[in-house]
Design a protein around this ligand. Structure first.
Ligand code: UDP
Length: 497
């Protein structure tokens, strides 16, 4: 493509303020800038820390990427200083304040857009920031939504909304068959995303509905997936909605060198990642279980103990990431007083901060990934060719479990039946969804020898090459990124034809 024309293009990226949304959008921004298109990422000071150094490295290597900061309106939104992300909210009662803060950001973002040069051609924004719909109208810019999930998920939501089948049952345990899918997918009503089972908080429900309706006025959707993974779902979603969809993933694969993999998302500069690599180097291929329940998790100490006892009972080596501040002191007391940490020294590593997940998953010693099924983690496990042990809790996680277990057949369920929506943990007693035996059994179904296990591993391994090829030149995701660039050139009247 003509480089003068490309240098006239300027994409602005506005990620939602949570790691699971920021990290893939930063990856996409880097991929786009590699195509000589100018990209500006807008975020707040504390959120920038998790990816700033990787952007600086991109700039040093000549990439036309920039980072611009807008202040987070803590005081105005009633959120304590030091918290600028859903991950660090001190209380889930502040959820509506958080969305208020995003609305307040509209003005500073608009002021920034006025100053950017060359003038932006397009805004790529997370679907959870509805004020960007107003910004794009004001600046007459096409707004491309970034949807942090996959096309399976998009199609399920679309078909549920249009069929209203979820309204035909009231019992949360009733099974619903999601209509119009290539596979027969059954979900309990309670496992559906919260938009289908709204709680009593009217303000929050209104925000969710505003997010949903703002999707309809977007120019198109960028999805972190690839056609060889869920081609049927991509096609069917495009067919039933008529939306423009660009599948450009798996975007985490843009982090090719170990430093990018190790630092991805880490706010601390003092983490010594080599300790994890050394641990993994000391175990045979496919022998270590990696356990991480995402960046936002608020799993109860009672449930975490069951996971711990389950891991212990397998007698297998593991890396277990313990994130989240929810009743954390109680868990720490247990880890120490019960002697768990001491007992399992040498066999298991506990990571109490941020884990270099992409780096860990890429190590040949990893034999399975026990995941909460956030889409980024699910896809990162798939790209690493690792069977998944699925432990969904809320949002799109039960859909992603279906992708792993039923569509790809590379996952095994731990057996979670009930959803505990994010922030509602206090309402569900001790929050124990599965016990230590369930955890042990699921791990044993995946690890070790046996025909069924070997076949599952073979199926999982197949995706390593397919994923890599998708984002390389000639691959479907590479091609889709070219199509996106051409489309925006066309819209802005910059194309050569
Ligand atoms: N992640 C990480 N280290 C951690 C926790 C999370 O690198 O200790 C990354 C993970 O690789 C993924 C993202 O954070 O890219 C989490 O996104 P996901 O959609 O899996 O779940 P969420 O955290 O949004 O629930």
């Amino acid at each position: 493509m003509d480089s003068t024309l490309l240098s006239n293009l300027h994409f602005v990226f506005i990620p939602f303020l949570a790691p699971g949304h920021i990290l893939p959008m930063v990856d996409i921004a880097k991929l786009l800038a590699k195509r000589n298109v100018k990209v500006t990422i807008i975020t707040t000071p504390l959120n920038s820390i998790q990816f700033k150094s990787s952007i600086e490295r991109e700039i040093e290597s000549g990439s036309p990427i920039e980072l611009h900061i807008v202040e987070f309106p803590n005081a105005e939104a009633g959120i304590p200083e030091g918290s600028e992300s859903l991950e660090t909210m001190p209380s889930m009662d502040l959820k509506t304040n958080f969305f208020k803060a995003l609305d307040i950001l509209q003005k500073p973002i608009e002021e920034l857009l006025e100053k950017l040069s060359p003038s932006p051609c397009c805004i790529v924004s997370d679907k959870n920031i509805p004020c960007v719909a107003d910004i794009s109208i004001k600046f007459k810019l096409p707004r491309i939504l970034f949807d942090g999930t996959n096309c399976f998920n998009l199609l399920c939501n679309h078909n549920l909304h249009t069929s209203k089948v979820y309204e035909t049952v009231s019992d949360p345990d009733s099974l619903i068959v999601v209509p119009g899918l290539p596979h027969r997918i059954e979900m309990r009503k309670s496992q559906l995303p919260v938009i289908f089972t709204p709680g009593p908080d009217k303000e929050l429900n209104a925000i969710r509905e505003r997010i949903r309706t703002s999707e309809a006025t977007s120019y198109g959707i960028l999805v972190n997936t690839f056609e060889d993974l869920e081609g049927e779902y991509v096609k069917e979603y495009q067919r039933v909605t008529g939306h423009k969809v660009w599948c450009v993933g798996p975007v985490s694969l843009t982090n090719k060198d170990d430093l990018d993999k190790a630092q991805r998302g880490n706010k601390s500069t003092t983490t010594d990642e080599s300790q994890y690599v050394n641990f993994l180097d000391s175990w045979p291929p496919c022998s270590v279980v990696y356990v991480c329940l995402g960046s936002l998790n608020r799993v109860t100490p009672e449930q975490l103990k069951e996971i711990g006892f389950g891991l212990e009972a397998t007698k297998r080596p593991f890396i277990w990431v313990l994130r989240g501040a929810y009743r954390r002191d109680e868990l720490e007391n247990w880890l120490i007083e019960d002697g768990f940490e001491e007992r399992l020294k040498g066999r298991g590593i506990l990571i109490r901060g941020w884990a270099p997940q992409v780096l860990i998953l890429s190590h040949k010693a990893i034999g399975a990934f026990l995941t909460h099924c956030g889409w980024n983690s699910t896809l990162e496990g798939i790209c690493a060719g690792v069977p998944l042990i699925t432990f969904p809790m809320f949002a799109d996680q039960f859909y992603n479990e279906k992708v792993a277990v039923q569509v790809l057949e590379t996952g095994v369920r731990v057996g979670v039946e009930n959803s505990i929506h994010f922030g509602d943990e206090d309402k569900f007693g001790d929050g124990v969804l599965v016990n230590r035996d369930n955890v042990k059994e699921a791990i044993e179904k995946v690890m070790g020898e046996g025909e069924v296990k070997d076949k599952r591993r073979e199926r999982a391994r197949k995706y390593v090459e397919l994923a890599k090829n998708a984002i390389e030149e000639g691959g479907s995701s590479y091609h889709n990124m070219s199509m996106l660039i051409e489309e925006i050139m066309h819209v802005k009247g910059l194309n050569q034809n």
